[in-house]
Design a protein around this ligand. Structure first.
Ligand SMILES: Nc1ncnc2c1ncn2[C@@H]1O[C@H](COP(=O)(O)OP(=O)(O)O)[C@@H](O)[C@H]1O
Ligand SMILES: [Mg+2]
Length: 351
């Protein structure tokens, strides 16, 4: 296979908007994908991920703004001229064609010389572990193998940009984990630029160089997985990232009379204490093996604590919860924006 390493192209969106019936599906989006990097568009259903991806692909036209690939404005270019490959959720293999024919479809359309077709087919099949299945039809393959055929069809084209829209959502959890790693490895070894859509935050965190979290057509925050996890820019981001996501509690529920402030603490940062800390009632206990999830009530607020699995806590008991001061996040209670200074009253939290 031709070495695509470092051949990925930059992608930029500049103030891109798309309206349906006057409502913005994509709203003033600015996006930079560095060459050869993996960007994940993440967000709840309907937030505009697919529309953004389809605008990059050229399957939808932007109503406003510019789309650039490799520094060139491509707004007027049809999809076939944008030099990119795409994989969708429904991988749409041709049922009557063999695996080999499915993978080769695009090259045949483009009348690539036969010898080159064969050589690229063999190296693609080898890369994806499909060598022994080339003469089968899609119906004779498992879901994961079918997904690999769809990947093969995309990567055999050796394009500098690859776009994927929820390509793993039809697979079971175990296979999804394996395929995440495979896709990430392929992208790393071939060096193309990837824009990958998912609503699954753990998928985004494990695969991305850059996570772009969208909400209602807008970018809420973009950054490395670590930045998004450690420094969520808004309460929305905080509530979207993590397994389970961050607890968001009104300051008053923690016994601090700070006005209109939401306090964020991740479940994995909450610990049990014998003597100090917030008084809480354990309502439910969910055993996860390595961890235990304690579903607690603090006054009128709910708080999830994820603690080590060997801790023996019974439901309907009272406990005390603590966390490190530097593991607290503060958000404006109205706008949700992150507050960078520790609000008054949060030096020590006890009740
Ligand atoms: N072809 C279309 N016609 C009208 N509305 C659409 C169309 N495609 C998407 N939308 C709307 O645009 C918004 C964003 O959709 P989409 O980009 O598919 O979101 P996501 O992929 O994040 O789930 C949604 O409100 C959706 O209903
Ligand atoms: Mg979608």
């Amino acid at each position: 296979m031709k070495d695509l390493a470092n051949k990925g192209q930059a992608i930029s969106l500049r103030q891109v908007s798309k309206f349906w019936d006057g409502e913005p599906a994509v709203d003033s989006v600015d996006l930079e994908v560095a060459p050869g990097t993996f960007t994940v568009l993440l967000g709840p259903s309907g937030c505009g991920k697919s529309t953004t991806l389809r605008i990059i692909a050229g399957l939808e036209a932007a109503d406003q703004g510019e789309v650039l690939i490799a520094g060139q404005v491509v707004n007027q270019l049809p999809p076939a001229k944008r030099d990119l490959a795409m994989v969708f959720q429904s991988y749409a293999l041709f049922p009557h064609l063999t695996v080999a024919e499915n993978i080769l479809f695009g090259l045949r359309v483009r009348r690539t010389p036969k010898a080159e077709q064969q050589q690229r087919l063999l190296s693609t099949a080898d890369l994806l572990g499909l060598t022994d299945y080339l003469n089968r039809r899609p119906s004779q393959l498992s879901g994961g193998q079918q997904q690999r055929v769809a990947l093969g069809r995309a990567i055999i084209a050796e394009k500098p940009v690859c776009l994927m829209d929820e390509p793993l959502s039809n697979l079971d959890a175990k296979l999804r984990n394996t395929m995440r790693t495979e896709i990430r490895d392929l992208q790393q070894s071939l060096g193309f630029s990837m824009v990958y859509v998912t609503h699954d935050q753990s998928e985004a965190i494990t695969m991305a160089d850059q996570v772009v979290l969208m909400r209602k057509g807008r970018i809420e925050q973009s950054g490395s997985p670590r930045e998004i996890y450690e420094n969520p820019a808004t309460a929305f981001v905080a509530s979207f990232i993590g397994t389970p996501p961050m607890n968001l509690i009104e300051a008053e529920a923690l016994g601090v009379t700070a006005k209109d402030i939401t306090v964020g603490v991740r479940p994995e940062h909450v610990r049990l204490s014998d003597t100090v800390g917030i008084k809480a009632r354990v309502e439910h206990v969910e055993y996860l093996g390595a961890d235990v999830l304690l579903d607690c009530r603090v006054g009128n607020a709910k708080l999830l604590a994820r603690i080590e699995g060997h801790a023996n806590v019974q439901p309907q008991t009272d406990v005390r919860l603590i966390w490190n001061a530097d593991q607290m996040h503060f958000f404006d209670g109205t706008s949700g924006a992150r507050l960078h200074d520790v609000p008054e009253g949060f030096g020590v939290v006890t009740n």
